[in-house]
Write a protein of this length. Sequence first.
Length: 638
Amino acid sequence: MTNKPLPMDPTKQGQDSNLTEEVLRDAGKSEHEIESTGKVDRVDEGTDALFGEKQRTANGPVHRLVWGEACLADFAPHPLSRSEKLHAVVADSVALVRRHAEDGTLYGADNKVSRGVQKELGKTGYWGMLIDPQYGGQGASIRSAMHLITQMSARGCPSTAGLASINWCIGAVDPLRTFGSEEQKARFLPGLAAGERPSGFGLTERGAGSDMTSIKTTAVLDGEDYVVNGEKLFISNAVYGHTIGLVCLIDDVPAVLIVELPQQETANFKVVPYGLHALIHIPNNGLLFQDFRVSASNRITAPGDNGLVIAFHGLGLGRVALCANAAGVLRRLLRSITPDGWGKYRQTYGQSIEKRELVKRRMARLAALIVGSDALVAWSSSRLDDGYRGELECIAAKVFGSEAQKEAAIELAMKTHGGRTFLHGHFIGDNLFDFLAPCIYEGEGEMLSMKFFASLLKEHGTNFMLPLGEAVKNLKKGLIAEGLSRLSRHGVAYAKWCLGRKLRRVSSEKVPGMDARLAGHVKFAQKMFAALPLELSLTMVKHQVKLADRQCRMSYLSQRAQDMVVMLVTAIYAHHIGDEVTIAAADILCQDLRRKLTGEQPSDAYFKACSKLADMVVDGQMQQLVDVPGTPILQQYK
């Protein structure tokens, strides 16, 4: 990342309008919607400008694969670090949490991960994975940090894994390590690495969620302090004594203050509790500030002086972490069925249900979702380690991981466990809302898919659709000569582009030594990607300015593109892992995605492949389930 200033202050008006604003204005939207959406879009542009030209969204692997050319190496993961120190952090952290879980001491009286356990984890290096060693951290790669989240979720505690994700990604760690001054890093990061004051991020308010421009909390400079007034809502890890990255308005511009919350309620601050169905083991509260003073030296600034850029930067990392946590939860859900869990115990008509074809298909699908989630985490975190912004890559990981966890919990695991999931103490029933909540965290899935679509089309729209639209507007205004000139010039350029797309050959690049099943999926994905640009472009031509209101069409096309990405990434990942169970699971997932894309019906060979994969899982051949704890069987037979 560079410290290059933003090309503009994203909150100020009067600049040249961008594609988003032009489309909304031509669609007849209100000035409030145009201004608010434009602000967010400019913050997104400012976030992109933080990165070098080759690492921005338009030059990322997904964008280049769709609109230009990208080699298959762009979709391969980096290998995990072999560092003994990092391996020890993973092993020691998981063992500590596992021991407390078995002893019944993991959660405190409030049913949240206890502060005592959190402090113990500080000694293993858990909280400092992404913090530089000079500040007491491990200096690990993002790839390694995400691996720890998956292992903690699968073998330790998903909620404890979630706390790490909050602290590293959307809490105070990423803002400080990316935008903090050396003095701020030295002041705050050692305590965060030691787990002394775990952090969260205070953005959401009653009227400000996906619409970040609706923030009302203010901070007014008074001498050497800012005086904060306002209320935050749905803030994870927000308790007395913790650290919060607080988004507030300073001179009507969003800004970020690092706030060390008081140890108890004061006349100027209090934590506001409420009941949540989700996050049963993670504190999530409101924060009320009334003339609360924060040192001016705690303000973090980003290029362009807009705090929303800081929030945007951490979201990508947080989205990958959600998928990493989901990958661990999926392991626990499959482990609850087999090899010695409910699937073997539960019998119908004298036979264990793990031998029934329907249950085998569910187990195979679960195994496939595990491999797909692992693949997306490994790939997207590798691209972040390469310095890419990773906007499209991280969205694809988040949407897949959260939807996979929802499907696995409801359609695969709960239906297999049956009515016992509704008993108090059952792993699925007790955590059901936690399994569903990631569909909302870090951006609701379909909203994110529309963001994926908009970012994917933005450069193409700016290069072709915006100039053609200007030509049409000139003609409508009676500026015939200028309109015809623009229409001719840009129309010819667009026609040439369309012809080039039609003549574009399907990439013949292959991965040497790849299993034939996986190679077939790679070839299919390459064929689909070759046809995608023209499909996207003609959609823009068809709907023009009304595309902004075609949310269902945008979400549908976005999901198609994401499914192609998942297919390609999963096939390449499975090739690099190389064992038969991983390859077979990747094959099942890719077949599922192919049918979704084409409308084909499942074949008998597909169902046989599912049964074969399930048999390997039952036989204990799936390495991803090693050391994943089982779940107690409630209301056992007498």
